[in-house]
Design a protein around this ligand. Sequence first.
Ligand code: SAM
Length: 338
Amino acid sequence: MSKAGALDLAAGVGGKMEKKDVLNAVEKYENYHGGEEEDKNANYTDMVNKYYDLVTSFYEFGWGESFHFPHIGKGESLKESMKRHEHFIALQLGLKPGQKVLDVGCGIGGPLREIARFSLTSVTGLNNNEYQISRGKELNRIAEVDETCEFVKADFMKMPFNDNVFDAVYAIDATCHAPDALGCYKEIYRVLKPGQHFAAYEWCLTDAFDANNLEHQRIKKEIEIGDGLPDIRSTHQCLEALKHAGFEVIWDKDLTIGAPVPWYSPLESQFSLASFRLTTVGLFFLRYMVKALECVGIAPKGSQRVLSFLERARAGLVEGGKKEIFTPMYFFLVRKPL
Ligand SMILES: C[S@@+](CC[C@H](N)C(=O)[O-])C[C@H]1O[C@@H](n2cnc3c(N)ncnc32)[C@H](O)[C@@H]1O
C-alpha cells in the first residue's frame, strides 16, 4: 500500500535531492518554462526529472500509486475507474499469462502491479526518475510482485534493450513527456516483437484547439508548466508519428468524447470524499499544511512553490477539459507488422 500521510509528503518533496537544494531546483524548473521552447526540449531529461523529484510525494498523497486520469463511468468510484482504465489497456493488448511486457514511463508502478496481477504477465517498468524507481521497488516488494516485475532506470528515447524482445508495450500518460514523439515511438517499435501490439493513453491537443486564440495558448502553457511537459502535441501529430515509426494503426479514439463523466471532474469538485485531496477544498487545506510544515522545517523550502505550480496545473487542466481543447486520453492500439 502506498504511504500517503502529510509527514511522508513533506519528507518526500525533492525526492533524492538534498533538502537544501529543493528551492534551487524549483527555480531552475520554473526557468525552463519561462525560457525558450528549444531550451526546455534540449534539457528535457533535467526538466522532467526535476519536475518528478519535486512533485512525486504530492502525487502519491493525492492520487495514490497510479498517476493518470481514468475514464470514469457513472456511479463508479475514482479507485474503480483507475483500475478499469488499466485493465482496459491489458485487454486491448490481449495479454496472456507469462508474456513479457514493457510499461514505458511507469511512475511508481501502480499500473504495472495492477496489470501484472490482472494478466499474470511479467512487466518491466521503464522510468528515468530515480526517486520514483526506489518507491516502486519498495511497493513491488510489499505487493509481492518483485519476483516477476522489475524496474529499469533509463530514458525512453534511448532504451537499454535489444531489438524485438517484448510481447507487448504500453504507456499511460507518459510519452507526452517525450521531446519528440517519433523518436520515442521508434524506440518502442524497435524493442517490440514483430506482429505484437503497443497501446497508449496520450495527452494531446484536440481539433478544438486554436493556435491563434490567446486564451487557448495560455491554458496550454499552464498545463505544460504544471505537468512538466514539452510542447503538447495534437492527436494528428501523434497518429502521424506512429505511422512514420512503422506501426499499423488498429484503432484510435479520444476517449473523452462521449464519456459519461468528465475526466476532469475529480479536480473540479468543491468537495468529494472519494477524491478529497484533489479538490479545491482539499488543496486549500493542503496549502496551509505545507506552509506550516515548511515553517517548522519539516518540508524543505520551496515546497509551497511546488504546490503553486500544481495548482496552476489543476486550473489549466480543468479549463482545457471544459473547453474541450485538451485530452489526457487519446487512446490508440497499434501493431508492429510481421
Ligand atoms: C504522469 S507519470 C505516469 C506514470 C505511470 N504511467 C502511471 O500511470 O502511474 C509520467 C511518467 O513518465 C516518466 N518519464 C517522463 N519522461 C521520461 C523519459 N524520458 N524516460 C523514461 N521515463 C520518463 C516520469 O518519470 C513519470 O514516471
